[in-house]
Each structure stands twice: as C-alpha cells, then as structure tokens.
Design a binder for this molecule. Structure first.
Ligand code: SF4
Ligand code: SF4
Length: 380
C-alpha cells in the first residue's frame, strides 16, 4: 500500500514538472510491444525499408528491446500552435518545423527534454529517450488522443498540431493500455481527398514514398531512401520545400485552432524574408549555414537538397517570373540543382522556357542534367 501511495505521488510530481517546463500534457503508457506497428511495417515493407536502415523502427516497436528494464512509457505533449506562423512561410515549410522542436543542445526544446530527463534521473530512474520509440502510438495508448484518418493523433481541444515525445523509464508508474481508436466523423474523408499525391491511400494508411513531406527531406538525403523525387510527385508538390501540412489543414478537427487569432512569433517574423524560394534556390553555403539551418535544423544535410526542392516549388508556383532565377541555378556547381532547375524550366514552359533549355543544352556536360533537359524539351 505504501509503495502505491509513493508511486502516485511520483506521477503527480512528474506531471507538474513537465507542465512547469512548458509541456502541455503528460501521459503514462504500458510498455507492451506495439504489435500493430510491427505488422504495419511488415505489410508495407517497400515504403518503410528506409526506416529500418535509419531509424530501426521495427526494433523500437518493442520498447523492451530498446531498453530491457523499461516499465513505463512517459508521453509528453507539446502544442506547437500557440503562436501564429507568418503567411510567407506557410505553404513552404511545415508548421512542426517552423516550431523548431529540435533536440539539439542549443535548442529550447532540446533543453526542455534534457531538464525533464535529468529530473527523472534525480528521482532514481534510468531513462531511454530515443526518437524512434513510437510516439504517436504511445500517446494514444496513454489515452491522450485518438488517431485521425490522416495518421496524425488528434488531441481533445487542441487538434493535431501537437508533438508527442515518448521516453521509457525503469520505474513502474501505472502506465495504461488504451486501445487504439479514432474519433473522426464517420462520413469525413477530407484529408484523403485533399492529399495531392494520393499518399493517404486508405484511412489510417500512408505511403511515405508518395508523401510530399517525406520526399522533401528523405529523397537522396537519407540513406536507404530513393535518390530522386519522381516527376509525377514533383508536379504535385506545389510550393512545399520542407514538410507538408495539407492533410492537417483541411481537417475539421483543426479548424477552431487554425482560425484562432494568435500572437505572432517574433523570430519567425524576423527570418521569414530569408525564405523566399528564389533565395533558397541560389543560396551559398554561408547563407545556408547562417540563415536557413537554424530553422530547418539538421534534417536536410546538404543544401543542394533544399535547392532542389526550391527549384520544384518555383517550377510549380512562380510562372515565368522564376525563369531568371532558374537560369542562374542552371549554372550551379551541383548537377542535382541543375537537373531539377531544368525540370522546373520545362514545367514553366513557354517560348522563354524553351529558349533557356536549348541554350543550356548546348553548354551542359553532365549526362543526368542533359537527360533531364532533353526530357523537359520533349514535353514542351
Ligand atoms: S503530408 Fe501532404 S502529401 Fe503527405 S499525406 Fe499529408 S497531404 Fe498527403
Ligand atoms: S479530415 Fe476528417 S477523416 Fe481526416 S483526420 Fe480529419 S476528421 Fe479524420
């Protein structure tokens, strides 16, 4: 009886400290294996092969494989829709990245996590905080939210612009086992209908290889991911260069949050002018390190991948006004940037686009860029 009283009081202390640090909710989940996740990864092996190589998701689906002494999963929630996002960044960068929920030593979110972890350690617990522990599934199991058909977890009163973080501890804290459920209205299919690429191919199922968000940061950039963004996906990427929020933006369960008048984020307001597609397309290394990486952190490891995304976005959304910028990027030293710039010029097309591609073909040496330039000309 005594031990039970102590455990309850420890839970209370943990909750209070997490809220004090600025987290918006805390839950406790049982550590049993996430068999549904293992099964989903097995069934969709093709699309998720890269996750095994990079994240070892399959392994982390059983928290006790990652940490044999684990007894409870603690789930922290961080609502990242408390400040408004500048219009100049919306539609280009996903809100979760704009919110900068990064673990690094110099980042505020990372500092919150470190403080929380050290609090648990001071209480005598061993803590495993691994990004690959299934955070969404753990949040649902802890009873904090329910899955939407768009695969995001929806939290009562907050919607889905909320990041769950999960950690395993070796203390028995009475973690619960909620069945995975959904509270989507029966007749709602808006997320699936709005997904431009068909990545949401069935309720609760996503094909990462078709997802814009995945393509912006994984293609070519992450080991095990396909090296290129297929042309049929490129033309559906709109102006996104990092992430995609469409299936959350259309969700009726997010509308009240999206319509809220929120104070602006002074940091985002200050840096928004650095993120025009034209600047991203032709940025130099110093610009990337000093101006871009602090916002986008380390998920795009080389600037050429962000330049590629900017070329696609310009091709999709800027029309002939983008041609002078693409003409410049056709001289970039990276063949990848030249290749996607050629694609973008072909996508814009017109007399000026054709002339630019023909001029470029006459001076290009790289076989990949030449092939892309030839393909772009053929489409015109
Ligand atoms: S993030 Fe974008 S591309 Fe991916 S599933 Fe949602 S709407 Fe589709
Ligand atoms: S758009 Fe509709 S179906 Fe999709 S997650 Fe939201 S409520 Fe569920």
């Amino acid at each position: 009886m005594k031990a039970r009283v102590m455990a309850v009081s420890l839970k209370g202390e943990i909750e209070e400290y997490a809220l004090d640090l600025g987290f918006d909710g805390v839950g406790f989940a049982a550590v049993d294996p996430f068999t549904g996740l293992t099964q989903a990864l097995r069934e969709r092996e093709e699309g998720y092969r890269w996750t095994e190589q990079v994240l070892q998701l399959n392994r982390a689906a059983d928290p006790r494989v990652v940490m044999p002494a684990a007894r409870t999963l603690i789930v922290l929630l961080y609502d990242y829709h408390k400040l408004s996002f500048p219009a100049a960044l919306l539609g280009k960068v996903g809100r979760v990245y704009l919110a900068r929920l990064y673990p690094g030593r110099t980042r505020i979110f990372g500092s919150r996590l470190r403080l929380f972890r050290s609090f648990l350690e001071q209480k005598g617990m061993t803590v495993e905080l691994r990004q690959t522990l299934p955070d969404r599934q753990a949040a649902v199991r802890a009873g904090l939210g329910t899955f939407g058909r768009n695969t995001f977890v929806h939290f009562p009163g907050r919607g889905s612009f909320v990041a769950p973080v999960v950690m395993a501890v070796d203390a028995e804290l009475g973690g619960v086992f909620n069945e995975v459920g959904s509270r989507c209205p029966e007749d709602c299919n808006r997320c699936i209908e709005a997904c431009p690429t068909g990545a949401l191919y069935e309720p609760f199922k996503i094909d990462p290889l078709r997802c814009i968000s995945f393509q912006t940061y994984c293609a070519g950039n992450v080991p095990g991911c396909p090296p290129d963004i297929p042309p049929e996906i490129r033309e559906k990427m709109g102006s996104w260069v990092y992430g995609c929020d469409i299936c959350q933006e259309v969700c009726p369960r997010n509308q009240s949050r999206l319509k809220q008048k929120l104070p602006s984020d002074p940091y985002l307001k200050k840096i928004a002018p650095h993120f025009t597609l034209e600047k991203l397309l032709n940025m130099g290394e110093d610009y990337y390190r000093a101006r871009v990486q602090p916002l986008l952190y380390g998920y795009i490891w080389e600037k050429k991948f962000l330049q590629r995304n900017a070329a696609i976005a310009l091709g999709n959304s800027a029309g002939e006004a983008a041609l002078p910028h693409l003409s410049r990027s056709l001289s970039d030293k990276e063949p990848l940037v030249r290749r996607y710039s050629a694609w973008a010029v072909g996508r814009i097309g017109g007399r000026k686009g054709r002339a630019l591609l023909e001029r470029h073909r006459g001076r290009e040496n790289d076989p990949g860029v030449l092939a892309e330039t030839g393909a772009a000309l053929e489409q015109l």
